[in-house]
Design a protein around this ligand. Structure first.
Ligand SMILES: C[S@@+](CC[C@H](N)C(=O)[O-])C[C@H]1O[C@@H](n2cnc3c(N)ncnc32)[C@H](O)[C@@H]1O
Length: 311
């Protein structure tokens, strides 16, 4: 098993992961924007779709959404806590009979025949966690898709600003009283992060070249010491992603950068918008249009979204 798979397995199998993932839209505004973008795409693109494969489906944000539309979904994930949480939420929504839960890694999709699913989807970066097999993983996802594919991966241009803005996540905190450890850390360490920051051209250029935010060898060593490093994550360039999908036969490919518009707006304003239902709805509608413009797709917040047709 590759280190990436082993690291992902350890990280995502932490017991609280399912719970945290299910609560992200109560905690972070960037998650609201990104999930709303994907939801709009799914709800307006499932005509003629009966069967769905959701790779790295997490706590079921999208597998449950589509099961509620009457589709049969295979919910595939490397993490048991995620699957347990998704099963619980699916039951609550009364759609557990339309979802087949499968524990597995995207690096091995050999159990699935060619063209097994009308729609194949994988959101919020599971493909990026399969480094160095990210391209092979996309090839395999296309192989098992019959009509349509929709994915979102880590975005290189979108992620690079993190390297010169260690307090970027603060912009998107919705609930400052959240018990989430990450929220507490962002708020408590803000001043210290600003004080200790210095612009590092070298790390930016390195990530621009190789698409890796972390030092892979260090992550492997940390894993071997029994620690829980963040998943090794490969960040794609927009043209690169489009070219890979096209190479494996995907047609009519379009890209988007969910969160590109939101990242131009400060936290206080975002919070006002999110706390007013009408403004929130209109903001998400406008963001979807703005973020779907190919000229801004690289600047999506974390994610680069792609959709295309198989035939
Ligand atoms: C950030 S969550 C996204 C969940 C869901 N797709 C969504 O958009 O809400 C990433 C998910 O990918 C899963 N994952 C990570 N690496 C994976 C791999 N190699 N194979 C399958 N699933 C993986 C994790 O367990 C986690 O549930």
């Amino acid at each position: 098993m590759d280190y990436s798979t082993k690291i992902s397995e350890r990280m995502w199998n932490q017991p609280d992961k399912g719970e945290l993932e299910a609560e992200r839209e109560q905690t972070f505004i960037d998650d609201i924007v990104q999930k709303a973008h994907i939801q709009k795409e799914l709800l307006s693109n499932h005509d003629g779709i009966k069967t769905v494969f959701d790779g790295g489906a997490g706590s079921g944000r999208f597998s449950i959404l589509l099961a509620k539309q009457g589709l049969n979904v295979t919910h595939f994930d490397i993490s048991q806590p995620m699957i347990d949480k998704a099963r619980q939420l699916a039951k609550k929504e009364g759609v557990q009979d339309r979802i087949t839960f499968v524990k597995g890694a995207l690096e091995d999709l050999s159990a699935f025949n060619d063209r097994s699913f009308d729609l194949v989807m994988s959101f919020d970066s599971p493909i990026s966690y399969t480094y160095p097999k990210q391209e092979e993983t996309i090839k395999e996802l296309v192989r098992i898709a019959d009509k349509r594919i929709m994915i979102s991966v880590s975005s290189r241009l979108g992620a690079l600003p993190y390297l010169s803005n260690p307090i970027q996540k603060n912009q998107f905190i919705l609930d400052k009283d959240s018990k989430d450890e990450w929220v507490k850390w962002c708020l408590n360490s803000r001043d210290q992060m600003v004080e200790s920051f210095s612009f590092n051209k070298e790390s930016l250029f390195k990530t621009y070249e190789n698409g890796l935010m972390c030092d892979v060898e260090e992550a492997k060593k940390a894993y071997d010491r029994g620690e829980v490093p963040w998943s090794i994550s490969y960040h794609f360039m927009p043209d690169e992603l489009k070219e890979i999908l096209a190479r494996y036969g995907v047609k009519n490919i379009s890209l988007a950068g969910p969160g590109a518009f939101a990242r131009t707006i400060p936290n206080e304003i975002l919070i006002k918008i999110m706390n007013d239902p009408k403004q929130k709805e209109e903001f998400l509608e406008f963001s979807h249009m703005y973020d779907s413009n190919p000229y801004v797709c690289g600047m999506g917040k974390d994610n680069l979204f792609a959709k295309g047709e198989i035939k």
